[in-house]
Write a protein of this length. Sequence first.
Length: 331
Amino acid sequence: MTEVISLHDLPHRRAVALLRTGVPVFVPVDPVEYHGPHLSLHNDHWIATGIAKDVHARLVERHPDGKDWPFVLSANLELGVEPTAGPGTRPAGYRRVKPLVVEAAHALADLGAQRVIFMTFHGVPLHSRAIQAGVKALMKRGITACSPMNTPFRDQIVIRPEDMPEIVLRAIDTVKESERAELRRTLGWDFHAGFMETSLSLHYAPHTVDDCYLELPDCPPVLPDPAIEALARGAAKLGNTVLAQELSFGALGIGWSKLHPFPGYTGKPRLANREAGAHFARYVADRATEVVLDVLAGGAPPEPVMQWVHATSLGGLLPGADAAQRQGSPS
């Protein structure tokens, strides 16, 4: 089992000495958020931390200096822009989260951090943008930083069912054959506490999953928001495939948020299982590791998805302006 060094629990002198070695610091940034009746309010944190451990293990094997790197974890920034509504959720706006992430970034820099990896499993675009502000603040100070989950979040939006990677298909193959075609067709929309996320929770933190997931009814059919879907069709006609995919994703998120009664989850949680979770975890950790290795080698960190949300929300000023993506985002 990976030993975790909690940076903020070390004596100050030892923390400074540790960071001087250049060891990467993993910084989780996840909300307290409702994930249906079967998952915990800290679900994003459990998954993000699990992925961070997997990424660290890969860095130990693949980075030239990795063999000397312990797993160093910063204190969790218990924050998330526009989390899913439900009992226990702690809402936070972009204009609140962004400065706190930047403040934490500068504090790590002042402590002597040389490499910082932000981790999250809350894929709301403005949340990712708030974290990216921390990445950019560190880069301005000459510190290597990235938020590698921007890449898997983008994968979920742009990968078509017919182009799914083999390891994702293996996750789908863990369910009975009669369920696979529908699961494959809709996996890209399974963005919150459904088959994919519940499987990841069973893999990383089974003690946080209630067995009631096995008896949950499937999420009802979702009607995409017609106005946003019309914009998506327009973008597709103009040849802007990525924008069309992002708009369609957002349209589905709005439709899901309007379900009544609101289930608090998408897809088919009842199909979740630990084997599928292990496949999903490997895929996400591999993708995140690719990003980290590239950034450590001097590459540019990936940008968040749906950059246009910042403009349409007037920089996060409009309440609920992120609604199209708040519900339509991974976790």
